[in-house]
Ligand binder design. Structure first.
Ligand code: MN
Ligand code: MN
Length: 301
């Protein structure tokens, strides 16, 4: 399979798993059940999770995954963002959907979907990243909401989710041109007018990734680090994912120490600055010279 085929396969899996998730009734379900089920479906479909499924509720914009046996239950009034990453041989499809169980926020969700649609109209080979940001911002403002300014889409590389180029959610300075056969995630985040439109880091940080393989001079830590590298390379992982080989207490101890030694980074949750509701929609695209593929759109495949 060449790399485009790997992206297409990852995209097909991500799309079908996301659309299945969208149809499900999650009220009364724990975040643990939701994450485990979706990750299992990715594997059953022939892919691997490129990161732990993000299940971010309400004012949490991103970067929350279930703790082991996470008891948190989705409530009748919640706005749930499900962000899914699938990789095939390291080639990643990144996609997200927001489900609102509160009628009051249906139009907020719709605003993120419309902004993504507008962005996809202009995102093509040689398009300026600032034009995409402008399309997103204009669409969101027209819907009566505001974009989250400090969250953005991103280029994707093999085994790397945020690969250096940012696709803004606002009309911003500093622009680059989209390149052919390069994967990009586009992901508008929308909040209410009385939000700040900026996220800050929350207290919880339960998504991890290796940032350095430098030996620690501690055999136990080095073995753990090598084991994680063998499984996930530099891709993010969750504590849940290592409990097949480590007991929870020990795994927490190893993670804490590797964080202190700066071998592992923990990604904090990202929370809206005024604790307002956030909705997100995301697709991964690959521009080509003459056409653009939305690899996470099922109608594309
Ligand atoms: Mn995502
Ligand atoms: Mn993304």
């Amino acid at each position: 399979m060449d790399f485009i085929e790997c992206y297409r396969k990852a995209g097909r899996i991500a799309c079908s798993v996301r659309d299945l998730a969208k149809k499900k009734e999650y009220v009364g379900k724990t975040l643990y059940e939701i994450c485990e089920k979706i990750e299992k479906e990715i594997i059953e479909n022939g892919g691997f999770p490129a990161f732990p499924v993000n299940v971010s509720l309400n004012e949490i914009a991103a970067h929350y995954t279930a703790e082991p046996d996470d008891p948190k239950i989705v409530g009748e009034e919640d706005v749930l963002k499900i962000d899914i990453g699938v990789h095939v041989a390291g080639y990643i499809a990144d996609t997200a959907v927001t489900i609102s169980y509160n009628n009051e926020y249906h139009s907020l969700v719709k605003a993120s979907e419309n902004a993504l649609k507008e962005a996809l109209k202009v995102a093509r080979n040689r398009a300026k990243s600032s034009e995409i940001g402008k399309a997103i911002e204009n669409s969101i403002i027209k819907s009566g909401y505001i974009p989250i300014k400090n969250l953005s889409g991103h280029s994707l590389e093999r085994y790397t989710i945020h690969a250096g180029k940012s696709i803004p959610n606002i009309n911003s300075f500093g622009s680059f041109l989209l390149e052919p056969d390069q994967a990009y995630a586009i992901e508008p985040f929308v909040t209410l007018k009385n939000g700040i439109g900026i996220v800050h880091e929350g207290k919880v940080a339960n998504i991890f990734a290796i940032i350095s393989r430098k030996p620690t001079k501690n055999k136990e830590l080095d073995n753990f680090l090598n084991d994680i590298w063998g499984r996930y390379k530099s891709l993010p992982f969750a504590l849940r994912w290592v409990l097949d080989s480590y007991d929870e207490k020990n795994a927490r101890y190893l993670l804490d120490n590797l964080k202190k030694k700066k071998n592992i980074h923990a990604y904090p949750t990202l929370v809206e600055g005024n604790n307002m509701m956030v909705a997100q929609s995301e697709h991964t695209i690959i521009p080509h010279e003459t056409f653009t593929e939305v690899i996470t759109s099922c109608t594309n495949n």
